[in-house]
Design a protein around this ligand. Structure first.
Ligand code: BEZ
Length: 211
């Protein structure tokens, strides 16, 4: 059965560019991003891994460990990293998993046979400190992902895990958030001393509470 939000992210042991890892142990108590790409030495993937490396400090600030994955070998990944570093002006520091037997790809449903029988699609999972899946996205091989959007989702997930709020469309860190549906307006006024703006009984805004 395929994975759904709220499921425990399947654990695995894997060969990676930084050595063998146990996925859950590697994540520790922090957040994780596991993302697959179709193949090494391909143009869009080169830009995606480069972009991820350039945002490494942003991921670290949010206590997020990033792991990439494809069905290529560790040797291939390591050689390709030189190209990524050279062309994208970065230093890839996160592990790239070599899933040569496709066991992780199958566990995470990263192979979509009607897109490609052999390659992983561009799947991305955000995993919380409880090891549960918080977000899943799947892009086709022809479209590189937006890793600033991934950071934006992490900001929303980390905020909403600590406060009874949700984030509106296109929300960015620092902007007003939505009072959770489970909070009455009377309680909201007490909980959110910066103020509550009631647009409709079900649509209430408050300044971001942790700012
Ligand atoms: C790419 O990364 O550019 C790519 C990879 C596989 C298929 C198509 C494009």
């Amino acid at each position: 059965m395929s994975l759904r939000l709220g499921d425990i992210a399947p654990n695995f042991k894997a060969k990676t560019t930084i050595g063998e890892i146990d996925f859950h142990e590697y994540l520790g108590n922090g957040w994780g991003i596991l993302f697959s790409h179709p193949a090494d030495y391909t143009p869009v993937c080169t830009t995606e891994l480069g972009r991820t490396a350039s945002l490494q400090a942003e991921f670290e600030k949010r206590n997020v460990k990033v792991l990439a994955l494809s069905v290529d070998s560790v040797e291939s990944h390591k050689n390709w990293i030189s190209d990524i570093n050279e062309t994208q002006h970065v230093s890839v520091g996160f592990p790239i998993i070599a899933d040569e037997d496709k066991s992780i790809a199958h566990a995470y449903d990263m192979i979509h046979p009607n897109a490609s029988e052999t390659f992983t699609v561009r799947s991305l999972f955000i995993i919380g400190p409880d090891k549960k899946i918080k977000l899943m996205i799947t892009y086709p091989a022809s479209t590189g992902r937006n890793f600033v959007e991934v950071l934006r989702v992490i900001d929303s997930l980390q905020l909403t895990s600590g406060y009874s709020v949700a984030t509106p469309a296109d929300w960015k860190e620092g902007e007003d958030v939505i009072v959770g549906l489970n909070v009455t307006t009377d309680d909201a006024v007490k909980k959110f001393p910066k103020g509550v703006k009631v647009v409709k009984p079900y649509l209430r805004y408050t300044p971001q509470p942790n700012k």
